[in-house]
Design a protein around this ligand. Structure first.
Ligand SMILES: NC(=O)c1ccc[n+]([C@@H]2O[C@H](COP(=O)([O-])OP(=O)(O)OC[C@H]3O[C@@H](n4cnc5c(N)ncnc54)[C@H](OP(=O)(O)O)[C@@H]3O)[C@@H](O)[C@H]2O)c1
Length: 312
């Protein structure tokens, strides 16, 4: 298939492009940069140079590409995963997804694109017992920033899934780990864990669902090729509470065990309840639909090598 990728030079875009090329698809990848465009040519695809906020330029490059499928992976994430950097990046990141994404979607519609896939996240299912699935409502009553993210995601997802002219597919990814992510040994969370700056909060019962960045690429290509319109949760088989994954992650990094802080202290340090949500309330997600419909077979988390670590 001919596929247009927006965000193809980012952390998930790089393995995604490699997987699409390996599967024999013809690619056009969007970038703002002439240097990255040259690298895309060397990898065997056609670059499309445009800023996603430039409505006319985006329309022109998509129209020229005439793709059958568009995959949108646009983000503006910071190099570090701290409260301050995430807050500072939030406005641009939201704008890229809302305004930038709207431009790509409108351009795709004008070009008669058949199928459109977009990135979403699995972190905002309403807290509750067991694993969330694609039908679980989002956490609209959580802390202010989490609730705002849940509303934004709903808007993005509805905009695509409510479009009658396209097969819309939403990919709600788990926490990315692997090369180019904050959770790689050279990434920012690993740095914070080594410095004991990434604590377990309260009971540590917030459940995180994980996804290796290369499994994200494999799941996305499967969805592009044979997914059904709608939402897929793409995550691995090991949803783990912070009190399970974080000590194991620290041990894998040869770091000291994480510190523990009370909810009250976390609220004092944080100023709002977001880190408490991630640390104590977040709900893991089920990948059953992706397994059933996409034959998704995610790998094991590399830092959970010994289940005894979890039982300790
Ligand atoms: N879960 C995780 O741990 C995780 C996941 C992803 C990223 N990260 C971290 O986030 C940081 C940033 O990662 P990254 O640099 O790979 O970026 P990224 O956020 O993964 O990807 C950004 C993508 O969006 C595109 N983009 C952004 N603004 C655009 C615009 N105005 N017009 C057109 N395209 C636009 C970029 O294209 P061009 O730049 O080519 O124009 C790039 O392809 C890194 O430190 C990475 O470790 C962490």
């Amino acid at each position: 298939m001919k596929i247009f990728v927006a965000g193809g030079t980012g952390a998930i875009g790089r393995p995604l492009i490699a997987e699409l090329l390996a599967k024999g698809h013809a690619l056009v990848a969007l970038t703002r940069s002439r240097e990255k465009a040259q690298a895309l040519v060397e990898q065997g695809m056609e670059p499309a140079i445009a800023d996603v906020f430039d409505t006319d330029a985006v329309k022109a490059v998509v129209s020229r590409a005439q793709p059958e499928v568009v995959i949108e992976q646009l983000t503006a994430l910071p190099k570090t995963y701290t409260r301050e950097s995430m807050r500072a990046a939030a406005a641009l990141n939201n704008r890229i997804r809302l305004e930038g994404g709207a431009n790509v979607l409108a351009a795709a519609q004008a070009a008669g694109v058949r199928r459109y896939l977009r990135q979403s996240v699995a972190f905002y299912a309403n807290p509750g017992p067991g694993l969330a699935d694609e039908e679980t409502p989002l956490a609209f009553s959580a802390s202010p920033a989490v609730a705002a993210s849940a509303r934004e995601i709903t808007e993005l997802e509805h905009r695509l899934l409510g479009n009658p002219n396209m097969e819309g597919i939403v990919l709600r990814y788990g926490f990315f780990y692997g090369p180019g992510t904050w959770f790689n040994p050279d990434g920012d969370v690993a740095r914070q864990v080594r410095q004991q700056q990434f604590p377990i909060i309260g009971n540590g019962k917030g459940v995180w669902s994980w996804l290796h960045i290369e499994d994200a690429a494999i799941g996305t290509v499967a969805a592009a090729e044979r997914g059904n319109p709608g939402i897929y949760l793409i995550a691995n088989d090991q949803p783990l509470a912070v009190r399970e994954w974080l000590p194991a992650f620290a041990q894998w990094l040869n770091a000291s065990p994480p510190l523990q802080v009370s909810v009250e202290d976390a609220l004092k340090m944080d100023g709002d309840a977001d880190s408490v949500y991630y640390g104590t309330q977040m709900r893991g997600v089920s990948n059953a639909k992706a397994k059933r419909e996409l034959d998704f077979q995610p790998r094991q988390l590399e830092w959970i090598v010994d289940t005894a670590v979890l039982e300790a």
